[in-house]
Design a binder for this molecule. Sequence first.
Ligand SMILES: Nc1ncnc2c1ncn2[C@@H]1O[C@H](COP(=O)(O)OP(=O)(O)OP(=O)(O)O)[C@@H](O)[C@H]1O
Ligand SMILES: [Mg+2]
Length: 397
Amino acid sequence: MFTKISFESELESEERATILLVDDELMILQSLELVLERYFRVIKETDPVKALDILEKEKIDVLISDEMMPGLRGCDLAERVHHLYPNICKIILSGNSDKKDIVKAINKGHIYSFLFKPVDVNQLLQSVKHGLENKKMKELIEHQNKILEEKNRDLVDEVLTKSRKIMDMEKFYELGKFSASIVHDLNSPLQTLITGYQLLEDELSNSGAEDSNANNIMTLIDSSLETLENMIKSISNRIKSSISEKQVEFDLNDLIERNIGCMKIMPKNSYPVEISFMPSQDLPKMKGVPLHFDQIFANLLKNAYDAVEKTEKKKITVKTLQKGEMICFYIKDSGTGIRPEDMEKIFETGFSTKEIGKGTGLGLVITKQMVNSYKGKIKVESEFGKGTAFLVCFPSK
Ligand SMILES: Nc1ncnc2c1ncn2[C@@H]1O[C@H](COP(=O)(O)OP(=O)(O)OP(=O)(O)O)[C@@H](O)[C@H]1O
Ligand SMILES: [Mg+2]
């Protein structure tokens, strides 16, 4: 019936697009359908208002509508369609419109093409072809924009995370430097105390007095000074070893045992807490900087200790275990627990529910960072009012 048109093969190679054809004159509708259905899937409708319902149910690529229709003009229909589905290509057909009407219709309804009746078949097919290309281009740009937006968002997140990490590391090193200077400053009054004690001891023995009370006091001071001196030496050694950051093989059970021992003798931990440690037998050795693991464990133990301060039951349970290829430790307390709404925040820099001067909100940030640096994992479970448990695992190799 129709002569083969020049771009027929191009149209056929396209994935079949769907055209919604709207015209109140059934004859025109049917003849246009005959032309278009060779290349496209065609849905036809004589009522422009019903055409809007079709758009809700069908995925339409092109709307071809007559302009002069009772109830709704073609350009008004196109305007509504544009509002709901901006990417649909809209083509208007009209028999007797003047230039002004055409310009108005195009601007108002974002119409891709305006064709005069009787419709030139070639022109109509060309318009549909170009309209579809235009639609595809729009969709491609939208898609690319979305990808770019996502990439942009990811980049912003990455920059934020990295800056936070740098800030946290800086704080960590600042804290390290601060403790090094405290230890250094503590050492000189300690040496004065030791010298003073020795002088006093000489004085007492020279006076020949046999005061057993004074002797008892001297023994007490002597042992306290010794403990203090050893503590300062061990802290200095730890700081020195942290500066060298030497990786060594070590036993996690020993490290935990030592940290629990330290925690028990800290003078500010004045309330009695039952700490039970269940070391796993045959735990493989771990490799890393022991001070980092000291810090990880000590931060969690300190949090557990703080959590039981005001609760009646004061119990902390520590276990080491092997989970497949991972070496883990588990620390559970019977403390206050964490409010569900705070669970997300506890690893954020500066988040602390402790009173000012008691918590800086850095402990878990540093802990997580260190765990991550050993490709480890940290998990937390908590029930507000009942207690909290942390599970920390590291790959064994
Ligand atoms: N075992 C725990 N039980 C209850 N709450 C906890 C526990 N561990 C952490 N939290 C909550 O997480 C918050 C953040 O802990 P984090 O160790 O980072 O900081 P902090 O202990 O407040 O201060 P610091 O910097 O001195 O460690 C705590 O203030 C507390 O609210
Ligand atoms: Mg803490």
